[in-house]
Structure formats: structure tokens, C-alpha cells
Design a binder for this molecule. Structure first.
Ligand code: MLT
Length: 325
């Protein structure tokens, strides 16, 4: 009798999980973007959310929760119910470098989240104002050596990729620059255009319209190879100024720990189906976004990548002596 009861309970549990997977998503799904609207994370998330929502058959709502380099939104997502209706758009900063940068981080990128899928990567570009005296990275480095701390770099917040890459660049070039933090790349770019700051590293895809529109000058790339189609005549930093220097931002979708595996799988499958649209992937590639081999987008591969990045950034932050101030 007891055996039959146990069997019945197991059957009921299996049936309820099956119904759960069948029914999800029964309403809007929210993706938290922890930066101001209009920046690279927001733009990438909205583009992917639009395509994924068509596959899911339910709207994906973007909720911008900016502040503290993405850590406020990430902490909110970590505490959200693991019911398949709240996700986090994460990136290399708060989900990779975060644990090395912050002594007290209220979430653990590995233990508090299920990795769902990785987005394509984006290299960065060093930008200066239209009337800037710096025509290339070498001139900017020389000026910073002559007057330590005088050159201001705007960034998307402490621990954002624009902050981290500027810090890495300064460490490798042996210069002191002053970092000015904003609540996202969009307001940081606005002040660069307005001339309140001297330079900024931004994602190459979202910076492109500003450069093509003549509002900003691009003077160096963080990719190892040139991007002649998007940034003609803009050299990689690695070419002359900093041999071997390479950086790109990775992004991806996470769910609070404990979110059902079948929900994670369904979200990932919807993304893969969306990626089958060649017109879309070609448009991304045309903007300089780096598409990855399909296996790297998968939940397991993305979970491993996140864990490896947390370790890599511990060393990078220590070696480059990146400090939050
Ligand atoms: C960053 O630098 O981390 C991002 O550009 C932030 C953003 O998307 O605004």
C-alpha cells in the first residue's frame, strides 16, 4: 500500500512538471537589464528579446534597473522567484568581474543563477569627441603620461565593461586616467559628445551610429583584427600602442537558481530557432557583433564560461590593480 502511494506521488509530481513545461510561458516574461535604456546591453537585449518572444509566443518585457555597474539589477534578479518569469541579462562586468571587484557582493554569479544562453560577443572601440586633439591612441597615451590624471574617461558605471576596459588599458599603457561613472553607456556617451569628458570605451556596435553620424571619433579598437567594414582606418590597440591587447564583452541570459531545467531549455531552444534567421545574424555581423559557434550558446557551456570568467577576472583585477573608488 505504502509502495503504491509512493508510486502515485511520483506519477503526480512527474505529471505536474510536464504540465508546467507545457504551459510555460503563460504570461509576459521579464528580462532585467541593469543599465539605463539606450545603451549597448539594453540594445542587444531588446533585439534578442524581440526575436525570442516571437518563438515563445509571449511578450518579453525589458525592465531597466540601473546602478552600481549592473550589480543592483543582478541582485534583484538573484532574489526573484525561480518561476520562469524573471531573467537577468548579464555581462562580463557584474557577472564575471563582480566577485573580484566587490568585497561584499550580495549575489554569486555561479551559485545564484542558472545560465540560460550566451549572446554573441562585441568588441569595444575607443572614442573621443569630434574636436578632440587626440587623433590616435598613441597621442592620448603621450598626453596622459605628460599630465597624469588629466584625461577623463566616462564609463557606464563602476565595474561596467567600459570602466574595466579603460582600467585595463591604463594599466597596460602605464598611465593614470580619471574615470567618471554614469548609470549606463547612453548617458556616458552623451557627456562625451557634449565635451564634458575626453574619451570612452564603448561597444563597437552601438558606437557605430555616433561615429558614422560625425558626433564622435573612433581612434582604436579592442579587437585583435581591424574592422574595415565598420571602422575603416581605425587600428586595433594591439597594432602599435599595446601589442597583444584584446578585449570583447560577453553577454547572456540567466535565471534565478532553481528555475526548472525544462524552462531553461525552452528559452534556449527559442533563441536557437531565432538565430536560424540569416537576415538577422547577417545584420548583427554587419554591425561588428561576433557570432559564436552554436555550442557556445548552450546553457552548460555558458555556465562553464561564467565560472571560468569569474576566476579569470580575479587574476586580471589583481594583476592590473583595478580598484573601486
Ligand atoms: C558597459 O560598459 O558595461 C555597458 O556598455 C553598459 C550599458 O549597456 O549601458
Amino acid at each position: 500500500m505504502k509502495f503504491l502511494k509512493t508510486l502515485g506521488a511520483i506519477a503526480l509530481l512527474a505529471a505536474s512538471q510536464f504540465t508546467h513545461a507545457q504551459a510555460w510561458p503563460a504570461k509576459n516574461v521579464t528580462w532585467i537589464v541593469p543599465f539605463a535604456a539606450g545603451g549597448p546591453t539594453d540594445a542587444m537585449a531588446r533585439d534578442i528579446a524581440d526575436k525570442v518572444s516571437r518563438q515563445l509566443g509571449q511578450p518579453v518585457i525589458i525592465e531597466n534597473t540601473p546602478g552600481a555597474g549592473g550589480t543592483i539589477g543582478a541582485a534583484k534578479a538573484a532574489k526573484a522567484p525561480a518561476d520562469g518569469y524573471t531573467f537577468l541579462v548579464g555581462h562580463m562586468g557584474y557577472m564575471g568581474a563582480g566577485p573580484a571587484l566587490y568585497k561584499k557582493l550580495s549575489y554569486d554569479p555561479v551559485k545564484d543563477f542558472e545560465a540560460v544562453f550566451r549572446f554573441p560577443d562585441t568588441p569595444l572601440v575607443m572614442l573621443v569627441g569630434k574636436n578632440s586633439p587626440y587623433k590616435n591612441a598613441g597621442e592620448l597615451v603621450a598626453a596622459a603620461k605628460a599630465q597624469p590624471g588629466k584625461i577623463n574617461f566616462s564609463n557606464a558605471g563602476v565595474g561596467s565593461t567600459s570602466h574595466l576596459i579603460a582600467a585595463l588599458f591604463a594599466a597596460r599603457a602605464g598611465i593614470d586616467v580619471t574615470q567618471v561613472a554614469y548609470k549606463g553607456a547612453a548617458p556616458a556617451i552623451n557627456d562625451l559628445i557634449g565635451g564634458q569628458v575626453d574619451a570612452m570605451f564603448d561597444q563597437s556596435n552601438t558606437a557605430l551610429p555616433q561615429v558614422q553620424g560625425g558626433r564622435l571619433n573612433a581612434i582604436a579598437l579592442t579587437s585583435l583584427t581591424a574592422m574595415p567594414q565598420q571602422y575603416p582606418n581605425v587600428p586595433p590597440l594591439a597594432d602599435k600602442t599595446l601589442p597583444g591587447f584584446e578585449a570583447a564583452t560577453w553577454y547572456g541570459l540567466y535565471a534565478p537558481k532553481g528555475t526548472a531545467k525544462d524552462i531553461v531549455q525552452k528559452m534556449h531552444q527559442s533563441y536557437l530557432k531565432a538565430l536560424a534567421d540569416k537576415a538577422w545574424t547577417e545584420r548583427m555581423a554587419g554591425q561588428g557583433i561576433h557570432l559564436l559557434p552554436e555550442a557556445q550558446y548552450a546553457p552548460d557551456a555558458f555556465a562553464k564560461h561564467t565560472a571560468a570568467e569569474v576566476e579569470r577576472w580575479r587574476k586580471v583585477v589583481r594583476d592590473a590593480k583595478i580598484q573601486l573608488d
